[in-house]
Write a protein that binds this ligand. Sequence first.
Ligand SMILES: NC(=O)c1ccc[n+]([C@@H]2O[C@H](COP(=O)([O-])OP(=O)(O)OC[C@H]3O[C@@H](n4cnc5c(N)ncnc54)[C@H](OP(=O)(O)O)[C@@H]3O)[C@@H](O)[C@H]2O)c1
Length: 344
Amino acid sequence: MHATTLETPTAPTTVLAADTMKAIVQDRYGSSEVLELRNVDKPAIGDHDVLVRVCAAAVNPGDSAIMSGLPYIARPAALYGLRRPKNPIRGTDVAGHVEAVGAGVTRFRPGDEVFGWCRGAFAEYASASEYGLALKPSNISFEQAAALPMAGSVALQALRDHGKVQAGQRILINGASGGIGTFAVQIAKSLGADVTGVCSTPNVDLVRSIGADHVIDYAHEDFTRQGEHYDFILDNAANTPLSSLRRVLTPAGMLVPNGGGFANRWFASAGRLMSAMVSFRFVSQRLGRFLVAKKHEDLTILKDLVEAGELTPVIGRTYPLDETPQAMDYVATGHARGKVVISV
Ligand SMILES: NC(=O)c1ccc[n+]([C@@H]2O[C@H](COP(=O)([O-])OP(=O)(O)OC[C@H]3O[C@@H](n4cnc5c(N)ncnc54)[C@H](OP(=O)(O)O)[C@@H]3O)[C@@H](O)[C@H]2O)c1
């Protein structure tokens, strides 16, 4: 950020104070047209916060949800706001340099390269709790590091905490080529599982290249009609009837119903989840419904997996900050390939 020097006392000029930054801001709910590139104040930080100079930020389907204010039922919740988002800047996943730290911060100092969870990543600077950050893996780019927090944590928590996936188990990832899917395939392989990935024709080679033992192209085959059974299914697509998913689970198998769009603008996928909760009460199979937990410890585990060569973030597309609306539109198609990242 450069401050413009006045040549003469009367020259028209725009002086950018050192405490302002460029950010993608929204003042109302809506489609990506509500997003504007503007100069705003840099975020203030509290005693246990870190100010991050953003190098890269990842886009998640949740960013589109909050941008649109969907589902309506969520608006009274903490992250939303009745008429407009409480925080006008979207983006939760960040990678960058520590610019400043609060008085109580012990884990980081200015200059450190970090990644993790923040408030408002689609900007030149973002504030984050020190507990939501970790040192960036040394062997990947800032763009790849920014891809990790949300999608990597969902994949890790689904497989490790809910599925308790063991070596030799048969795992199916529906939606294996997107943000969460590309992490889930690799993490399941690192746990020793036999992994089947389901994706569209153009992504078959990608899913095989990240380690899937079997790849099912959903345009040509239906994984629920092949006579195979799985110990764990992570469903990122929510396009298959629950009864069909139960049919291909082993008797003690688990379904994590992770996906769901906003066709129902009031309740999103809540209806499907309620049906799942009811139907799984009467069978031996298990349901692993969950919301991602933002844990420092899991960022550290993801970093270790990356540095051990067992996990490599897949970046499908990178956009500059001023093209964040286009990046949001692409993710909203539901067919993103790997992660979509904003390079700042
Ligand atoms: N539980 C949580 O706390 C939590 C947190 C974050 C996100 N989520 C949810 O998790 C879901 C996935 O997120 P994401 O970041 O991975 O999204 P994403 O990057 O947009 O990926 C979506 C994936 O779905 C696949 N897909 C679309 N139609 C399909 C079909 N008919 N059959 C099989 N796969 C299909 C796409 O593959 P193709 O392009 O090959 O079709 C793509 O790989 C979203 O619904 C998101 O809201 C949950």
